[in-house]
Design a protein around this ligand. Structure first.
Ligand SMILES: C[S@@+](CC[C@H](N)C(=O)[O-])C[C@H]1O[C@@H](n2cnc3c(N)ncnc32)[C@H](O)[C@@H]1O
Length: 514
């Protein structure tokens, strides 16, 4: 699994600046999520109103923009791009501007007496301490300080890259804001932190594991359930000895606290193991999911490609009464979280649900068949060329599927590779058969992107085929302080339909005249 260090960027939303034009740090309390706004109506605030106010800005590589966090610099480009491609009502949700990051991967360097826990300085491998990071959920900063105390007290040696020595390489901190015993308004600020210590050894029996256990116990004793300040949800270890830049190794161990990590997004409870992909901005992701749901007709057959633990697909199953959901994901570590989430779906969910450990770029049309909505949420580099080709040539896929379904019987259908694969290394829940499984191909394509440049290229390529046109687009401030936004774009089959507006107007005018 290749995971890049840190807190990379993506999104924004409506303007909800709470900071005043002073140098005071922004409030650590959650800001209510306002509704998204048309870009043209987002005000140009004075520069300090929505400023980062972070003492680490410039030395840390996490944020690239200090001012106007509510209005990322690429917003104008996005508005113009969508207008040029037929969407004049692009909206932007500025979301939460500070304390939004609920998932952070931080390097641990320095010494056991002066540990550095943070991000690399731009273009270097020098780690910058970021104890007052304004993007982090405040409890991530609190857990980092606890970890720092523990490292010093126990004498844990931070990793030395050049030599490959030391104990602690990285830490992943993930916040769960799921706590039904608290009123909803208090849940976010009382989030608990799942800490994963990335340890420089092969496994828990290697020399040095006594320090790992001592550090885990320190965190639990001082931040766990019975401590004065309950901050820590659980402690995990990941073992990594490779000399490359890959953060995580393949071995994960649960050490202390609750094993299961739950979050509530998109109308469902989702389980996320530390090894599974999780969105960094929980609040903004929830806003995106709620908007996405509106574009999926009830009782659809949905393919969720690049699905991770299936959060998007399962949220649609629960809220849109989908007939079927098919999730495709390359990281097999996500499977366990998917299975746990399934267990907590409301009993009313009656969809046929599958999760496939597969590469969406291999024979992609096989994953598209049998669905009328496809949701794609690729990594920042965008879609694989083979999937773009399959989407561009969707009409020929449809013709082939239609003709083969007319000539085949059910026993032949069972030989299709994706049906066979569905039975191997996959999870199947429910028995409801998808509609017209052999014949249907997607009529709606929903593209979720955290890579604006790759999205533009993919979008242009899809539109050039005239197989799709762009119907709607929304932006979300997933990564305030960076150049990235999260985009939700809805495509429909066929060339762009002529807008009826002008004709109607003429007609009306004519009616008045005569
Ligand atoms: C941006 S994440 C989205 C995950 C999920 N949709 C969510 O919101 O939680 C992209 C996911 O695509 C997966 N992925 C990357 N390349 C893939 C491929 N070729 N086929 C299938 N999944 C892939 C990654 O492992 C990761 O889980």
């Amino acid at each position: 699994m290749t995971l890049r260090l840190v807190s990379a960027p993506p999104s924004f939303s409506l303007f909800s600046c709470r900071a005043t034009a002073s140098t005071a740090l922004p409030p650590p309390t959650p800001t209510p999520t306002p509704a998204p706004t048309l870009i043209s109506s987002i005000p140009q605030s004075p520069p300090l109103t929505c400023a980062l106010h972070c003492p680490h800005f410039q030395s840390c590589s996490g944020c690239t923009h200090e001012f106007n966090l509510h209005r990322p610099v690429i917003l104008d480009d996005a508005t113009n791009f969508f207008r040029k491609h037929g969407v004049s009502d692009f909206t932007f949700d500025t979301c939460k501007l500070w304390g939004w990051r609920c998932r952070a991967k931080l390097a641990v360097r320095g010494s056991s007496t002066e540990p550095l826990i943070g991000l690399y300085e731009e273009g270097t491998h020098n780690v910058v301490d970021i104890p007052q990071c304004q993007a982090h959920h405040p409890n991530i900063n609190a857990a980092v300080e606890l970890l720092r105390r523990g490292i010093i007290e126990i004498g844990v040696e931070p990793y030395i890259e050049d030599e490959g020595t030391g104990d602690l390489r990285y830490v992943q901190m993930a916040v769960t804001t799921y706590n039904t015993s608290l009123p909803a308004a208090q849940r976010y600020k009382n989030g608990k932190v799942q800490v994963t210590l990335v340890w420089n050894s092969r496994n828990e029996n290697s020399p040095g594991s006594d320090k790992l256990n001592a550090l885990a116990n320190f965190l639990w004793k001082n931040g766990g359930q019975r401590s004065r300040l309950h901050l820590i949800h659980s402690v995990w270890a990941n073992f990594q000895t490779s000399t490359n830049n890959i953060i995580f190794g393949n071995k994960w161990r649960h050490l202390l606290g609750e094993r299961d990590f739950w979050e509530h997004v998109g109308g469902i409870d989702v389980s996320l193991a530390p090894s599974s992909f999780g969105q960094a901005n929980t609040r903004a992701f929830d806003a995106l999911l709620r908007r996405l749901q509106k574009y999926v007709p009830y009782e659809s057959d949905v393919a969720d490609l690049y699905a991770g633990a299936g959060v998007i697909g399962l949220s649609l199953a629960a809220t849109r009464k989908c007939r079927s959901i098919k999730c495709i994901e390359i990281n097999k570590e996500s499977k366990a979280s998917f299975e746990k989430t399934i267990e907590r779906l409301p009993a009313t969910v009656d969809s046929s649900i599958t999760w496939h450990h597969a590469d969406a770029s291999k024979e992609p049309f096989l994953w598209l068949l049998g669905s009328d909505v496809v949701v794609i949420d690729p990594p920042r580099k965008g879609l694989d060329a083979s999937l773009i080709d399959a989407l561009k040539n969707i009409s020929s896929v449809e013709r082939k599927a239609f003709s083969s379904s007319g000539s085949s019987n059910s026993s032949q259908e069972e030989k299709r590779p994706w049906v066979l694969r569905a039975k191997e290394d996959s999870v199947q829940i429910g028995s409801k058969p998808p509609t017209n499984i052999a014949q249907s191909v997607p009529q709606t394509l929903i593209y979720i992107s955290c890579g604006w440049e790759s999205f533009k290229e993919d979008c242009k390529s899809l539109l050039s085929s005239k197989a799709w046109y762009l119907e709607k687009a929304h932006g979300f401030n997933f990564f305030p302080g960076t150049q990235s936004i999260e985009v939700l774009a809805v495509f429909k089959r066929g060339p762009q339909k002529k807008k009826q507006g002008k004709k109607k107007k003429k007609h009306l005018q004519g009616a008045v005249r005569h």
